[in-house]
Design a protein around this ligand. Structure first.
Ligand SMILES: Nc1ncnc2c1ncn2[C@@H]1O[C@H](COP(=O)(O)OP(=O)(O)OP(=O)(O)O)[C@@H](O)[C@H]1O
Ligand SMILES: [Mg+2]
Length: 247
């Protein structure tokens, strides 16, 4: 079972779009997937039409088990959703005996999936530390903006610090260029910098495609909404690349 956190400390870099479409694509290909929305914005929850309650809030507080909270929303695909209540969780976690270990304990009996995919909020918080302690892999979507590069650098530092302090195993497995526009000079410059830093961990890019931003409006993945779109093509290629890495 691969435990994947989709994260970047810059907002709007395609984290939720990537988490949802990768999860949906893996499920479509027969993998069993648990998708967990860890962002109080609830974008991942809404994208595929899951109910926003119950969700991760109840699980972390111990009101429900993850099994009671999960919703089956497609064949092979379960979701643990999120809503605004989750914004109170970092403070709740801080009051616990071992504040960074709560998520790991609550998800201890999650074993029956091929992938657990956690969609993260862009901010650092106690919940973020919990996710880093639980996950084995971090996938970082990075948009073709200089501030997104900064966000990646901050995340790399945070992961290194946390790995040392908490003895985590989480490693940056994939850096995923998003909002790619091959005709744009800034895109080319940012790709060069990413290649220098991440080499073979850099995946082929996800191009800008308006269909990707339309799909949540009809509660569908890109493979359901527009299977022949550029977005579907790019995420299908990403699925192959992430599969190539041994679990
Ligand atoms: N490749 C793309 N082409 C066009 N639009 C995209 C693409 N990827 C994502 N979008 C759209 O851009 C917006 C931001 O994407 P998304 O919500 O996935 O980012 P995020 O990193 O999860 O944001 P946040 O930091 O707020 O959680 C959304 O409206 C989404 O539909
Ligand atoms: Mg998001």
């Amino acid at each position: 079972m691969r435990k994947v956190s989709v994260m970047c400390s810059k907002g709007g870099t395609g984290k939720s779009t990537t988490a949802v479409n990768v999860a949906a694509g893996l499920a479509k290909n027969g993998k069993r997937v648990l998708l967990i929305d860890c962002d109080a914005q609830g974008n991942t929850t809404a994208h595929l039409g899951a109910e926003s309650v119950p969700g991760l809030f109840e699980v972390l507080r111990g009101d429900l088990t993850w099994k009671q909270a999960k919703q089956s929303i497609r064949e092979n695909l379960d979701v643990i959703s999120s809503n605004l209540a989750l914004s109170a969780i970092p403070v709740f976690l801080l009051q616990q005996k071992n504040p960074v270990n709560v998520l790991k304990r609550k998800l201890e009996s999650v074993t029956d999936y091929d992938f657990v995919i956690l969609d993260c909020a862009p901010n650092f918080s106690t919940l973020h530390s919990n996710i880093l302690l639980y996950a084995d892999e971090a996938w970082i979507p990075v948009s073709m903006e200089y501030f997104a590069l900064l966000g990646v650098a901050q995340l790399v530092n945070e992961i290194a610090t946390i790995a040392e302090e908490l003895e985590t195993r989480v490693e940056i497995r994939h850096v995923i260029p998003t909002f790619f526009d091959g005709r744009n000079r800034k895109t080319a410059q940012i790709m060069t910098m990413l290649q220098e830093q991440f080499a073979d961990r850099l995946t082929t890019p996800i191009r800008i495609d308006v269909k990707l931003s339309e799909a949540p409006g009809v509660s569908q993945s890109i493979f359901e909404y527009s299977p022949r779109s550029r977005g579907a093509e790019d995420y299908a290629r990403l699925l192959e690349e992430v599969h190539h890495v041994a679990s």
